[in-house]
Write a protein that binds this ligand. Structure first.
Ligand code: C2E
Ligand code: CA
Ligand code: CA
Ligand code: CA
Length: 272
């Protein structure tokens, strides 16, 4: 029994060591990734129900590390903890606007580009960053959407209200991401000046079988419409999702049913 205990302990420490060294490896790699130009943006199309066409996209970061492609859920939290998200986020913003400007230059229909903003980036300096990127890339502010989550806004409501106002004064749009999963109450929809609500995939998944998900989704769409806020459904995977959302009056849809996130080249092909 004693021997076994020691074995367990060894297993425990070696798996802890693995975690620590994996994290160290990830962190070292992450520090160099910008210099080595290893990040890449993928773009997931968003479809407009009323106009029956692609009207925009969401930029989603990928890390082409020396040991293969790393998805954001694996490195964004670490980038946030280490503060690296500030420089990574600045790169994402600039790259998305640069690409967005290129696409809009040879397109008749305007194409919006949405960029995810982490809590760490959501600070007063963001206003100047966005203004500078708009200036340097020439991207139309009205086509830039910043996606923030409820928890980002709720950590300091008064500052958030002010910051959102300053961002919107630049002419850009704000989307509330993962709506319904956080703890923002409906009252905040009035205080935060928002252009779009993204209905979280967790609710879309249950449509049409789960009566609660159906009720929640259609209520969100109704409330948003009355507040003059556009709705975007995320994680739209089936025709049934699509039919329900269209009938419920949802404005935009994004998900595997239409397209998975595409590389810039693939997206350019899709536009043709
Ligand atoms: P998110 O903002 O909620 O992005 C949507 C995620 O759902 C993406 O995962 C997308 O690939 C995935 N998705 C899209 N359609 C479907 C579908 O039909 N079914 C399912 N099951 N999933 C779908 P991804 O690209 O792995 O990104 C994960 C998260 O990482 C994002 O969640 C976002 O929070 C974060 N993220 C991605 N790019 C950035 C970035 O540039 N900056 C920051 N700060 N965060 C980012
Ligand atoms: Ca998002
Ligand atoms: Ca989301
Ligand atoms: Ca999400």
């Amino acid at each position: 029994a004693k021997g076994q205990g020691r074995n367990n302990f060894q297993c425990f420490t070696s798996s802890m060591n693995e975690k620590v060294s994996e994290r160290l490896l990830l962190e070292t790699g992450l520090r160099d990734a910008l210099l080595r130009d290893e990040f890449e943006l993928y773009y997931q199309p968003q479809y407009d129900f009323a106009r029956n066409r692609l009207s925009g996209c969401e930029a989603l970061i990928r890390w082409n590390s020396p040991s293969g492609m790393v998805m954001p859920d694996r490195f964004i939290p670490l980038a946030e903890e280490t503060g690296l998200i500030i420089s990574i986020g600045a790169w994402v913003l600039e790259e998305a606007c640069r690409q967005g400007e290129l696409w809009n230059r040879d397109s008749v229909e305007p194409l919006s580009v949405a960029v995810n903003v982490s809590a760490v980036q959501f600070r007063p300096e963001l206003v100047d960053e966005v203004r500078n990127v708009l200036d340097s890339t020439g991207f139309d502010p009205e086509l830039l959407v910043l996606e923030v989550t409820e928890s980002v806004l709720m950590s300091d409501v008064d500052s958030s209200v002010l910051l959102l106002q300053q961002l919107r004064d630049l002419g850009i749009r704000i989307a509330l991401d993962d709506f319904g999963t956080g703890y923002a109450s409906l009252a905040y929809l009035k205080r935060f000046v928002l252009d779009k609500l993204k209905i979280d995939r967790a609710f879309i998944m249950g449509i049409p079988e789960d009566r609660d998900d159906v009720a929640i989704t259609s209520s969100i769409i109704d409330i948003a419409r009355h507040l003059n806020i556009m709705t975007v459904a995320e994680g739209v995977e089936t025709e049934a999702h699509c039919e329900f959302l269209r009938a419920a009056g949802c404005n935009l849809a994004q998900g595997y049913y239409f397209d998975k996130p595409l590389s810039a080249d693939e997206f350019t092909q899709r536009l043709k």
